[in-house]
Design a protein around this ligand. Structure first.
Ligand SMILES: [Zn+2]
Length: 371
């Protein structure tokens, strides 16, 4: 397996190939912020041509695109790639970041008249709250998403808000870029065929779920081998009617969307399902998972940080109420709830903490593993 550090070195090696190329525009420079474990990373990657395959859909059929990415590196790499790859070469691009999420966004959109939105689902969902003009929203023909697993609630929300938009998804990682083929009409949500230029593997599997490892040529002479992207997925074994035999389903970020501990798994989707049931009491939440050493055993503990509603705080013991309801409803295995696992002594009783707000982050991270 290749570490991020080794990847960064190879990324620089690819510079040599770039210097020998006549067309620098065949390369993408990727920079990451370095927030998830380690220092920032700079990496060159040669783009595949249309005949070589790989996802091309991002650039097709639209002329006025808004890119919604919290991270500057994503805005830069997406817009530069787009400008070089778009078949007509005369696309207009507007990039939106965190500081644009204010009522002026509506005016900006009326002025720009976009036909497509591209970016991270949770960020676009937040931005839509500031775009009031339905004419603008009706004009969106394509919603192109990457990086996050799309939830049912998000999908429903987008279909309501953007009634004429076709939702298309690609899959990639911040460090190495896109790793999926063009979307396939037969596949379900968060399912992809791998980019045919990439060797795609699922390693460290437990119960059919494992980590994505990719191997491919960054440039003609630089090969990266089994780089772990930090994403979890499973192979879909049913053959796809399109004839492509490899399909994977993206489940979430390891230790962020999907946290595993001996035999049990906390999934962001499941946590959101439960919290939605108590939306009269809970405005928003975060869950931190910690492994605690108790004598000679290591037991997981879930710490729920809750922004409560007025109704919740009218109760005599809001913490007791939530502890009981969440324990009885949150499934951590197919058949066992958190409460059952606590009863068996496999988990510590959950902690409930009330807060007023959560610190800002580029991506919406609702569950996470902490040391
Ligand atoms: Zn297919």
């Amino acid at each position: 397996m290749m570490t991020k550090k080794e990847l960064a070195k190879l990324g620089m090696d690819a510079l040599r190939d770039l210097q020998e190329e006549r067309f620098a525009k065949n390369y993408t420079i990727r920079v990451t912020s370095g927030t998830t474990g380690g220092s920032p990373l700079l990496l060159m990657r040669r783009r595949y041509t249309e005949t070589e395959g790989g996802a091309q859909f991002y650039y097709r059929g639209v002329e006025r695109s808004v890119f919604f990415f919290g991270a500057l590196s994503s805005r830069l790499s997406q817009s530069s790639t787009f400008l070089f790859r778009s078949p007509k070469g005369n696309h207009d691009i507007l990039t939106v970041d965190e500081s644009d999420l204010n009522p002026d966004l509506d005016i900006l959109m009326r002025d720009f008249k976009p036909d497509s939105f591209s970016g991270i689902a949770s960020f676009i969902a937040r931005a839509l709250a500031f775009i009031q003009d339905q004419k603008i929203l009706n004009g969106i023909r394509a919603l192109r998403l990457s990086a996050e697993a799309l939830t049912d609630a998000q999908e429903k929300f987008f279909k309501e808000k953007l009634p004429h938009a076709v939702i298309e998804m690609g899959f990639g990682s911040a460090e190495v870029g896109n790793i999926s083929a063009d979307p396939c009409e037969f596949l379900g949500k968060n399912q992809y065929h791998p980019d045919p230029n990439i060797k795609f593997e699922v390693v460290n599997q437990e119960d059919g779920i494992g980590e994505i490892a990719v191997s491919f040529y960054l440039s003609p002479s630089v090969y990266i081998e089994q780089y772990l992207t930090g994403d979890l997925c499973r192979f879909v074994h049913e053959p796809c009617p399109c004839g492509n035999s490899a399909t994977f389903e993206f489940l979430g970020r390891k230790d962020f969307d999907f946290i595993r501990f001996s035999g049990a798994t906390l999934q962001k989707n499941e946590a959101e399902r439960v919290m939605d049931e108590y939306s009269n009491y809970i405005d928003d939440f975060r869950i931190e998972v910690k492994e605690m050493r108790i004598d000679d055993r290591i037991l997981p503990e879930l710490n729920f940080q809750i922004i409560g509603t007025k109704k919740l705080f009218q109760m005599e013991r809001p913490d007791e109420f939530l502890r009981k309801e969440i324990s009885n409803n949150l499934f951590l295995t197919l058949k066992q709830t958190l409460g059952m696992l606590v009863e068996k002594g496999l988990f510590l009783p959950p902690k409930i903490e009330f807060v007023h707000s959560f610190p800002y982050s580029n991506k919406l991270v609702r569950i996470k593993k902490v040391q």
